[in-house]
Design a protein around this ligand. Sequence first.
Ligand SMILES: [Fe+2]
Ligand SMILES: [Fe+2]
Length: 300
Amino acid sequence: MERPILEIIKNIEEIPTLPMVAMEVMTLSKSPDVSIKAISECIHRDPPLAAKVLKLANSAFYRRGTQEIDTLHRAILMMGLNEIINITTSVSVLSVLGTRDKGGESLRIKFWDHCVATGLIARHVDKKIRMKAQGREFVGGLLHDIGKIIFDEFFHEKFMEAHALSIQRKCSMFEAEKEVLGTTHMEVGHFIAQKWGLPPYIADINLYHHQPGNAKFKDITSLISIANLLAKAKELSCGGDSVSFVLKDQEAWHILRKMGYSMDVLDIERITFEIEDIGEEVKTYLSAVSEEPVAEGANG
Ligand SMILES: [Fe+2]
Ligand SMILES: [Fe+2]
């Protein structure tokens, strides 16, 4: 009998790992009394990573005010420790998974457009419902589908088959993946997030963004679940899932309402209007994190 793909993935030696320093930052960030000095010294031990974090802190995407932030220490003072940990998490995962198109039949550009859009929309919804997730909503959105990259990298043909099936049947990617690959991007993403020592909320988002009722971090996972649907509604998707949905029919919507968030401020038509320029914002973010210019038409 063929070995299940999830088991194979767990044993693939070429699965990339996060840079050592990034993993140390994750570990440090779990300690409640972590200091600015400890985090900045740790990031400095990996000069390319430190440079990328500073570059992003100074990008149009994050920069507040006109003054250039020239040291990590200053970046932490100005932006807060949490935001610097968020940026470190994002840039290190992105540098390992690659945001560039692999050419051929690859879905990489569409994939990252979808993920960045999900993060940006999560940020927008976070402000509207006043969740105050402190930037975790952006990272959570950005990294919610990392299992798909692993499929694309190691089981490319089967992943393309699943993609075609989801379009043909107008079913969700995870249903098509289950049929073709025997596992889903949620299970694989959860495994990778744990293997890399990413914050537990990111592992939870990976596993439950399509079933937020089962999540441990119900608030942020539900937020990402809604942002994911809105990104697809903006046609920033990389599957054949249906794009029309009713917000009030969503499990995530009910969970957040029960938790006391004022969900009535979320009007799908208004949000769609408010996020009209999301494609441009996606481009700005991707060019800030990539070492090379973003390909023309990346957000078509
Ligand atoms: Fe997903
Ligand atoms: Fe998604």
